[in-house]
Design a protein around this ligand. Structure first.
Ligand code: URA
Length: 285
C-alpha cells in the first residue's frame, strides 16, 4: 500500500500513476487529466430469484443492470448447468488448512492429462486463501510455468496495476488462480478434456477459499466457469452466480489483461468491471 502523502485531490501519486497507466484517470476527472468523460453509474445489484438448485448444479444468474450505457434494461439470465464432479467429501480432510495443503499436493503431483508432460511445474495460485476476492485466469504461460506463480508476465504487471488502482495488491487482498494449472504447449487454448480434468481443482479452491466474489479474467475462464458460449461482451456488466458446494458465489466477468495490452482502449471497460466488482464485495482478508 502506498505510504506517500496524498495530493490536493486526496490521491497518492502512485495511485494516480496506476490509474494513468490503466487509462482511467479521466473517469475520476482528476485535475490535469484528459477531457473528462462521464463515468457510467453503477446501479446496486437487484437479486433475481432463482429456482432452488437441483444438486449438483451451477447457475449463471445475471442480476445487475448493465454498466454499458447502451444496455439500459436490467438483464436476467438463468441457466442451470451440471457441475463438474467434486471429489467425495470423505476424500478431503475436514480441517480447511489440511484440505488446502492436500489440494496443493494433489495439484503439484497431478498427471491427469497430457499437459503434465510439458510443464516445468504446476501453477496452483497465489495470495491468501483467506482473501475475499478470487481472480481466475486461463492457464499459465511461459513465465508462469517457469516461476510457478500465475500472472507474472506482462499481463500480470497490468493486473497488478489494476489492483493498485483500487488500492489493493495480489499479496494481501486477493487469491489468483487459473482454470488450468499447467501450461498448454505454445499457449494454445486448453482442450475440453484438459478442462474437464483440471477444473475440479478450481472448484475445490473456490469451496475452500469461500470468496465473497469471483472476478473472472477473459473469455476462456468466463465461458468455462459459467459453462456458456456467450461472448465476453455480453457476460460483462452483470453479476452472475456460481453455486459451489451449496453456496452461491457472485461472479463478475472482465477482460483478460493480455487482451487489454493489445486493446488499451478497452481498459476503461475493465475499470467499470472493477467498480462493479467492488459494488459486490470489497477485497481484502
Ligand atoms: N494468463 C493467464 O490466464 N494466466 C496466467 O497465469 C498468465 C497469463
Amino acid at each position: 500500500m502506498a505510504t506517500e502523502r496524498n495530493g490536493a485531490d486526496g490521491m497518492s501519486a502512485v495511485r494516480r500513476a496506476w490509474l494513468r497507466e490503466l487509462g482511467v484517470e479521466r473517469l475520476w476527472n482528476l485535475p490535469g487529466a484528459a477531457a473528462p468523460a462521464a463515468a457510467p453509474e453503477l446501479a446496486p445489484a437487484a437479486e433475481v430469484p432463482v429456482a432452488p438448485p437441483q444438486s449438483p448444479v451451477r447457475e449463471s444468474v445475471a442480476t445487475v443492470p448493465a454498466v454499458e450505457p447502451e444496455r439500459a434494461e436490467p438483464v436476467a439470465l438463468v441457466q442451470e448447468i451440471p457441475m463438474q464432479e467434486l471429489p467425495a467429501p470423505a476424500a478431503m480432510p475436514a480441517d480447511p488448512e489440511q484440505a488446502w495443503a492436500a489440494l496443493q499436493d494433489e495439484v503439484r503431483d497431478c498427471v491427469a492429462c497430457g499437459l503434465c508432460k510439458g510443464r516445468t511445474q504446476t501453477v496452483f495460485g497465489t495470495g491468501s486463501p483467506k482473501a475475499r476476492w478470487l481472480l481466475v485466469g486461463e492457464a499459465p504461460g511461459e513465465q508462469e510455468d517457469k516461476q510457478g506463480a500465475p500472472f507474472v508476465g506482462r499481463s500480470g504487471k497490468l493486473l497488478d496495476s489494476m489492483l493498485a488502482s483500487i488500492a489493493r495488491s495480489r499479496q494481501h487482498d486477493v487469491f489468483i488462480a487459473n482454470v488450468i494449472k499447467c501450461r498448454p504447449p505454445g499457449n494454445r487454448d486448453p482442450l475440453p478434456e484438459e478442462v474437464a480434468r483440471c477444473s475440479p481443482y478450481l472448484m475445490r479452491q473456490i469451496s475452500l477459499i469461500n470468496p465473497e466474489m469471483i472476478l473472472v479474467l477473459g473469455r476462456f475462464a468466463a465461458q468455462t466457469l459459467l459453462e456458456t458460449d456467450a461472448r465476453i461482451g455480453s457476460l460483462r456488466g452483470k453479476v452472475h452466480s456460481l453455486s459451489v458446494a451449496g453456496r452461491k458465489v457472485p461472479v463478475v466477468v472482465s477482460y483478460h489483461p493480455a487482451y487489454l495490452l493489445r486493446s488499451p482502449a478497452e481498459k476503461v471497460k475493465a475499470w467499470q468491471d472493477l467498480q462493479l466488482a467492488l459494488s459486490v464485495g470489497r477485497p481484502g482478508n
